[in-house]
Design a protein around this ligand. Structure first.
Ligand code: 5AD
Ligand code: SF4
Length: 438
């Protein structure tokens, strides 16, 4: 059969989709981009924001039509939304054309669930309420040979008051160093140069293992793997980042000069209401240390505007943090109330118009800051890992610096997967242009 997987949301979901693809491929099925050719369609959902829910139900309506035309199409849905009872109940009652539903904790059961559906021809539902022991050795079908995501832990114990992830991905669990190392060694053998380690809060890696291993310890172990030239990771919670981690990034060549450190908001009262456990001053102190100890570091962040009760004055602290930290890039979100989280019931939900207006002010200022940062790259030479042909110009390739800047330059497909030296000739707000120098 042919399969098509549509992935919404974060890198963790992308990595889960790669595992689902791995299991399908192992069973002899083939990928297709063309929906009309697909016999199995899988929607891997995200529930971080409310509008994802609305879009998802819109898509389900569309697939109802497609299923009428193609009677043997198998429609599977999985991911974070399936860990919410209200969503699953709605699907069971109103969207009977769905064939399979499974959650984030039991992806490895996918082949069995598919076999059950193909045998019984009825809706099959398999959802575990929480994560049990980690299942290793699920085959993974990766998008690229030269770079790969590696999940090092699952779940989250932080319960930020706006966030649904601890409810959909369960409690924090870390993989063992041995299993992570063997995955990375296998990747290196097949030509992988860059790995991105994934976890909701990588700084608490190892807490559930009952051994003396910390995240910097894991990084040092993985840096020993021959063939791996770049190591990235996300996400770091500011409350848990250690001096040892900052020094490890500064001292270990393979660790990319890039820290993704979500601040979420600039005001200390708002941060406390978000249950983030650090103040504005704590965050600024941390950023100062990072910038002093890791010269040339790129700092990126996540920002939520319009958290319940956020006043104009409090929002100005977010603008002030932007001004002081000069983020290379910022993923910005309008606060979205998620049922089941403490912030959902907070009074003083902010008007959507005010949220948009604040977001626009933030983005406007940020564009100018990122352009200024990018201008600092002009005339210098950087190592760039070439990721593919440029979308806009077939004579150009696109790649990334260690600091995760996108660089476009003249080149052909033979460069893909290589690390080359590129001199920067033009700086834009969100990318750089350059020319290859070796
Ligand atoms: N509303 C808006 N943004 C959210 N995020 C998480 N929950 C919400 C929410 N309810 C954002 C945070 C987090 C990122 C992955 O998504 O900024 O860091
Ligand atoms: Fe959500 Fe906070 Fe956990 Fe990140 S650390 S996944 S924002 S609860």
């Amino acid at each position: 059969m042919n399969y098509k997987i549509i992935t919404y949301g974060c890198q963790m979901n992308e990595n889960d989709s790669e595992k689902i693809a791995g299991m399908l491929k192992q069973a002899g099925h083939s990928p297709t981009e063309d929906e009309n050719e697909a016999n199995i369609i899988i929607l891997n959902t995200c529930s971080v924001r409310e509008n994802a829910n609305d879009k998802f139900f819109g898509h389900l309506g569309y697939y109802k039509k497609l299923k009428k035309e193609k009677k043997d199409l198998v429609l599977c849905i999985c991911g974070c939304m399936m860990q919410q009872d209200s969503v699953v109940n709605e699907i069971k009652s109103k969207y009977r054309h769905v064939d399979m539903i499974f959650g984030t904790h039991n992806i490895h059961e996918f082949p069995q669930l598919l076999a059950d559906h193909l045998e019984k021809h009825e809706m099959v539902v398999g959802i575990w309420e929480d994560g049990r022991e980690i299942v290793e050795n699920i085959p993974v079908e990766r998008k690229h040979e030269f770079k790969a995501y590696v999940s090092i832990m699952f779940g989250c114990n932080n319960f930020c008051s706006y966030c649904i992830v601890p409810y959909t991905r369960g409690r924090e669990r870390s993989r063992t160093v041995e299993s992570i190392r063997s995955e990375v060694e296998a990747l290196a053998k097949t030509g992988c140069k860059e790995i991105t380690l994934l976890g909701q809060n990588v700084n608490s890696y190892g807490n559930t293992l009952g051994e003396e291993i910390t995240f910097p310890g894991l990084l040092k172990e993985l840096a020993k793997v021959d063939g791996i030239e770049r190591i990235r990771f996300m996400t770091s919670h500011p409350k848990d980042i250690s001096l040892e981690l900052i020094e490890t990034i500064a001292g270990e060549k393979k660790l990319c000069n890039h820290v993704h450190l979500p601040v979420q908001a600039g005001n200390s009262r708002v941060l406390s209401a978000m249950n983030r456990k650090y103040s504005k001053e704590d965050y600024l102190d941390l950023v100062r240390k990072i910038k002093v100890k890791i010269p040339g570091v790129a700092l990126t962040t996540d920002i939520i505007v319009g958290f319940p009760g956020e006043t104009e004055e409090e929002f100005m602290d977010t603008m002030d943090i932007l001004e002081k930290c000069e983020f290379d890039s910022a993923y910005t979100f309008l606060y979205s109330p998620r049922e089941g989280t403490p912030a959902y019931n907070m009074e003083e939900q902010i008007d959507e118009d005010i949220k948009h207006e604040r977001l626009n002010r933030f983005l406007d200022r940020h564009h100018r800051i990122s352009k200024k940062i990018n201008q600092g790259y002009l005339g210098k030479v950087y190592d760039v890992l070439v990721e593919g042909l440029s979308k806009n110009n077939p004579d150009n390739v696109t790649g990334r610096t260690e600091t995760n800047k996108t660089v476009n330059f003249k080149g052909d497909v033979s460069l893909v997967g290589q690390i080359v030296k590129v001199k920067i000739t033009q700086a834009k707000s969100f990318s750089l242009d350059g020319e290859i120098v070796s």
